[in-house]
Design a protein around this ligand. Structure first.
Ligand code: F6R
Length: 605
C-alpha cells in the first residue's frame, strides 16, 4: 500500500507535502519520511510511527520548494526508521519513494551486490533507488550531460528490469526542482496548482491545491517541476497532458466536531445509503445493457472484507427473493481456485476503494474468461471502476477511517436497488418495497445507541474473545459486527450461524463468554431463542439486538432495534454494532481511525 507525495514550487514545500501525506495516511501509517534539497544538500528526514511523529521532526516553514514524501505500510521489512522511505542511491544524491512491490528485487539486489553496491535495508524499494542511481553514474562516466532527459532515459531503461507494481517518485540533487516519477500498477496522480505542481497516490490528497489533475496510466514516466508536468510513454514519446477539473469534497477531510472519522462516518452512513438509493434506480438502468439479465447467465460475487459481507447479503437476497443462484468468494481465493467462468457468467465486484489488488486481479481473470464484469465502487475513476465493463457507484462520500462503515451501508443500498432492478427484469415480486427501505433509513437517521450500549461497554472492553451469532440474514450482519470489533478494538471476535453452535463452537462457551446475538427474522424467532437458551445454559452473557423485545427473552442485555420488514433488517442491526465498536475503542483508548497493522487501500495481494 503506502502513500507517495510530491510538490514542486511555492515556498512551503515541506508543509504542502506534510498536508498531502496527512490525506494519504489511510494508505499506511507505520513510518513516514520526506526528502528535499537545501543548500545543495539532499536532506532526508524519517520517523517511525504515524505522521504526528514525523511532524515533530520537520520544520514545516523551511523555505524549500521541491519535496517528496511517503507514508508506509510495511510489506518488505518491519516498520523501522531504516526501512522507512525515502531510500537513497549509493551516491547519496538520489532519494526515492515507492508504493507497490518489486517482485524480482532479490535478483536485482544480488546483481547490484556483484557490482559492489550494497543495500542497507530489507526493502524492495532501495533496489530501485540503487539501480537508477548506479545507471546515472554510469551515464556520467561516459561524459553525458545529466539533465531531465538523460534521467528519464535512464529511468525508462531501469524500469525494464523490474517486475511488479510501482508508483515511484524521486529527487536527484543536481536537478533540485525536478521530481521524476513512474507508474505501473499502483495509482499515481499529478496536479497543477498556482505556481506549483503536485503528485500523490490519490487525487483527494492534492485536489485542494490544484486547478486540474490527471491520473497517470500504467507505463507513464515523467517529471514535474515548478510549472511543468511532462509525461512520456515507455519509449519516451511525449504525451499530451489533459488535466481534468475536480469535484471538491473538502468537508470529508474535516472532523466537523466529531471525535474521530469513524464517529463521523458512522453518523453519515444513513445519508450515504439514502443518496445511493436515490441515484441507483436511474443509474443502474442507464449503465447496464437492457438485455444483460435476460439471457442465460450464472452470477458470481467477489470482494474482500466488509465489501464481501455486503456481498453475502446480496447473495442471500438474490437467491431467496429471486431464486437465482449466486456464487460468492473471497477475492483472494476466487482468483486461485480456477473458477468456472464463461461468456455466460456475470461477475459482480464490490470494492469501496476500487483499488483492492485481490479484487482487481479477479476482474482481470473474469474478463479473460469472457465473463461480463460489473463493479460496485465508491470511487469514480478507481482502477476497478476503469477495469470493469459496467460500473455502478455508491455515494457514501470519501471514507477516511480505515474501517469501512458508511461505505458498507451504501453498498447495501446499491445491492437492494440492484435486487429491485433484477426483480423488475424477471417480473418477480419482492417481500419488501423501496418505501420499506427509505422509511427505515429515515427512522434511523437520528438514532444513536450510546445510552443502550453504555452499560455493556466495560464488560466488552475486558474481553479477549467475543462471539456474534445470528441466523439467516442476521448471520451476515454478525460477521460484519465481528470484523469491526476485531479490527478496531483488537478483541478476538468470531461470528457463528446460530444453528451451527452445537456442531462444535458451543465447546468454546463457558460462564465467562460474552455473546452478541442478533434476531430480526420473524420466521426464525423460535430457532434463535433456542440457540440463546443453549448459550444461557452454558453460562454465557448474551446481549441480544432485536426488535422483538416484547418476547422478553431471558438474556443478560437487550438492545431494541427498529422494527422493519425482515429482509431489510441489516440497515437496522448494523448501526448499533458499528457504534459498539466505536465506543469500545474509545474506552480502550485506541485511535479508531488507524487500527494497527492495517491500511485502507489494500493495493498488494
Ligand atoms: C474492514 C474493511 C476492509 C475492506 C476490504 C476491502 O472495515 O474496511 O475489510 O472492506 O479491505 O476494501 P475495498 O472495499 O476497498 O475493496
Amino acid at each position: 500500500m503506502c502513500g507517495i507525495a510530491g510538490c514542486s514550487g511555492g515556498k512551503r514545500g515541506i508543509k504542502s507535502v506534510m498536508n498531502i501525506l496527512t490525506r494519504l495516511e489511510y494508505r499506511g501509517y507505520d513510518s513516514s519520511g520526506i526528502a528535499y534539497v537545501e543548500n545543495n544538500d539532499l536532506c532526508v528526514i524519517k520517523s517511525l510511527g504515524n505522521l504526528q511523529c514525523l511532524r515533530r521532526e520537520v520544520s514545516e516553514n523551511t523555505n524549500v520548494d521541491t519535496v517528496i514524501g511517503h507514508t508506509r505500510w510495511a510489506t518488505h521489512g518491519k516498520p523501522s526508521i531504516q526501512n522507512a522511505h525515502p531510500h537513497l542511491d549509493a551516491s547519496g544524491r538520489l532519494a526515492l519513494v515507492h508504493n507497490g512491490i518489486i517482485e524480482n528485487y532479490q535478483l536485482l539486489r544480488s546483481g547490484l551486490s556483484k557490482q559492489g553496491i550494497l543495500c542497507n535495508t530489507e526493502t524492495d524499494t532501495e533496489v530501485i533507488a540503487k539501480l537508477i542511481g548506479a545507471a546515472i553514474v554510469e551515464k556520467e562516466e561516459t561524459g553525458a550531460i545529466i539533465n531531465a532527459k538523460t534521467v528519464l532515459t535512464v529511468l525508462a531503461k531501469q524500469l525494464g528490469f523490474m517486475k511488479g507494481s510501482y508508483a515511484i517518485a524521486f529527487l536527484f540533487r543536481p536537478l533540485p526542482n525536478y521530481i521524476f516519477f513512474a507508474k505501473n500498477g499502483s495509482p499515481l496522480v499529478v496536479g497543477q496548482g498556482q505556481g506549483a505542481t503536485f503528485l500523490a497516490s490519490d487525487e483527494n490528497a492534492i485536489k485542494e491545491n490544484c486547478t486540474g489533475v490527471l491520473r497517470l496510466k500504467d507505463g507513464d514516466i515523467g517529471y514535474i517541476n515548478y510549472e511543468n508536468i511532462c509525461i512520456y510513454d515507455k519509449k519516451l514519446n511525449k504525451k499530451k497532458v489533459h488535466l481534468s477539473k475536480i469535484d471538491q469534497d473538502v468537508e470529508a477531510f474535516n472532523l466537523s466536531g466529531y471525535s474521530s472519522f469513524l464517529n463521523k462516518e458512522i453518523a453519515e452512513g444513513i445519508g450515504g445509503a439514502l443518496k445511493t438509493l436515490r441515484r441507483a434506480k436511474k443509474e443502474i438502468a442507464s449503465t447496464l445493457p437492457d438485455n444483460i439479465f435476460l439471457t442465460d447467465f450464472d452470477l458470481h460475487i467477489t470482494a474482500c472484507g466488509t465489501a464481501l459481507h455486503a456481498g453475502r447479503i446480496a447473495k442471500y437476497l438474490i437467491e431467496r427473493e429471486l431464486r437465482i443462484p449466486v456464487s460468492i468468494d473471497f477475492a483472494s481465493e476466487f482468483k486461485y481456485k480456477k473458477p468456472i467462468l464463461s461468456n455466460k457468467s456475470i461477475c459482480i465486484f464490490l470494492s469501496q476503494s476500487g483499488e483492492t489488488a485481490d479484487t482487481l486481479g479477479c476482474v482481470e481473470l473474469a474478463k479473460s474468461c469472457g465473463a461480463t464484469t460489473i463493479g460496485i465502487t465508491n470511487v469514480k475513476g478507481s482502477r476497478i471502476a476503469e477495469a470493469v465493463d459496467y460500473c455502478l457507484y455508491t455515494y457514501a462520500g470519501v471514507e477516511i477511517s480505515v474501517a469501512s462503515t458508511k461505505a458498507y451501508l451504501a453498498q447495501l443500498a446499491l445491492i437492494y436497488a440492484l435486487v429491485f432492478y433484477l426483480a423488475g427484469v424477471k417480473g418477480k415480486k419482492l417481500s419488501f418495497s423501496l418505501h420499506d427501505i427509505t422509511y427505515i433509513l429515515h427512522r434511523l437517521e437520528n438514532r444513536n445507541y450510546l445510552s443502550s450500549l453504555n452499560k455493556y461497554l466495560n464488560l466488552i472492553k475486558q474481553q479477549s474473545s467475543l462471539y456474534f451469532v445470528g441466523r439467516g440474514i442476521d448471520y451476515f450482519v454478525a460477521m460484519e459486527g465481528a470484523l469491526k470489533l476485531k479490527e478496531i478494538c483488537y478483541i478476538h471476535c468470531e461470528a457463528f450461524a446460530g444453528g451451527e453452535l452445537k456442531h462444535g463452537s458451543l465447546a468454546l462457551i463457558n460462564d465467562s463468554s460474552v455473546v452478541v446475538a442478533i434476531l430480526t427474522q420473524k420466521s426464525l424467532i423460535d430457532k434463535m431463542l433456542n440457540n440463546i437458551h443453549e448459550l444461557n445454559s452454558r453460562g454465557a452473557k448474551v446481549i441480544l439486538l432485536t426488535p422483538f423485545t416484547k418476547l422478553a427473552p431471558e438474556v443478560f442485555g437487550l438492545i431494541k432495534l427498529e422494527r422493519c420488514r425482515d429482509m431489510v433488517s441489516p440497515f437496522c442491526s448494523i448501526k448499533p454494532l458499528q457504534e459498539l465498536t466505536l465506543y469500545v475503542a474509545q474506552k480502550k483508548g485506541i485511535d479508531p481511525d488507524k487500527p494497527r497493522n492495517l491500511a485502507k487501500s489494500v493495493t498488494v495481494e
